[in-house]
Write a new protein. Structure first.
Length: 342
């Protein structure tokens, strides 16, 4: 064997293409956020300042992916929104603690570097960072031939935020007779896609020819950071839950103290067309509530006197509405009634 024929590129890894992509990301991430300094993009690590306007800073970190929503992107050959989802899934968790996102890193693993596809993903990530007020400071792109099938890839995101110790949203802030209010979702967000894909396969639905599904299945996850930060800075909320996998019950349960129950009236939920479509196509009420947000992107726990003040911070389509209250008990969450799918 001619040893000169053994190269990394011939094994399926193109370092030059990776370098081009790193330079592209760096060129798109030059702008600096006021009060936060980022250095060494493209180096071994990113160096960042902690904002100096926070008296008692606490660091909060989150990581997440977008699950099998990626497979819908592959089917439709559309990648410009999946990066928004990636940012949203982490920063929407950060805000539950009251933290302001300051930096974000991504990890992309792919069978073979496709610059067109990767640039489209990065544009979405940058858009998500802009929407959440944080900065893309670095990441990793791994070309992994033999691990992924042709055209396949996976992405993960890592977000770091900071919160004043006195502003942390803890369980002990939630009080008896507080209200539970819903902030609408933009759609499916990034949960339940394995079930959706199973349904589509069973029903033999061609989503490329279904304009409704093409629009809904890749609709990006709503990022709630800017609105909720305004409420947190004004001490207008006592707790909040990002409604992701597990639905309303499992996620609200995570923020409830042991001696109180969030009593939620499912009749009050304003669901969306995509969830009505899923229900109509054979998914049970129980499965809908356990798997999807059903139209509720975030739940806030608030003092009743703050409801009118909170309303004005949300734009049309995302106006909050009351779905329950806090009562005494040990079960943490109690669901009454049923969702109207009409």
């Amino acid at each position: 064997m001619n040893n000169k024929s053994l190269t990394y590129q011939k094994s399926g890894v193109n370092i030059k293409a990776a370098d081009i992509f790193v330079k592209y990301i760096s060129s798109k991430s030059k702008n600096r956020k006021k009060g936060v300094n980022f250095q060494n993009i493209g180096g071994f690590g990113s160096i960042s300042d902690i904002p100096n306007n926070i008296r008692n800073p606490k660091i909060v970190a989150c990581t997440d992916g977008v699950g099998t929503k990626i497979e819908i992107s592959n089917i439709l050959n559309k990648y410009n929104t999946i990066g928004i989802d990636l940012v949203a899934m982490s920063v929407n968790d950060l805000i539950v603690q009251g933290a302001k996102p300051i930096l974000f890193l991504d990890y992309i693993s792919i069978n073979k570097i496709d610059l067109t596809k990767l640039k489209s993903i990065i544009k979405g990530i940058l858009k998500g960072c802009k929407q959440s007020g944080c900065q893309l400071v670095g990441g990793e792109t791994a070309e992994m031939p033999g691990t992924y099938e042709k055209g396949k890839f996976d992405i993960a995101g890592f977000a770091v935020g900071v919160v004043d110790g006195k502003k942390v949203l803890s369980k002990n802030k939630i009080k008896l007779n507080d209200l539970v209010i819903a902030i609408p979702s933009s759609g499916l967000h990034s949960n339940g896609y394995s079930l959706i894909r199973y349904l589509i396969k069973k029903k033999k639905i061609n989503i490329k020819r279904n304009n409704f599904l093409k629009k809904e299945l890749l609709k990006p996850t709503k990022i709630y950071v800017k609105e909720l930060l305004k409420l947190i800075n004004r001490d207008l909320i006592n707790g909040c839950a990002n409604i992701t996998g597990g639905g309303i019950s499992d996620n609200v349960k995570r923020i409830m103290p042991n001696n109180l129950i969030a009593e939620i009236n499912l009749n009050k939920i304003k669901t969306l067309k995509i969830f009505k479509w899923l229900k109509k196509n054979g998914i049970s009420d129980k499965e809908m509530l356990q798997t999807f947000n059903c139209g509720v992107g975030f739940c806030l726990i608030i003092n009743p006197r703050n409801f009118k003040k909170i309303e004005r911070y949300f734009s049309r389509g995302f106006k909050p509405y009351i779905i329950g209250k806090i009562i005494k008990g040990k079960d943490k969450v109690k669901l009454n009634g049923s969702v109207s799918w009409i």
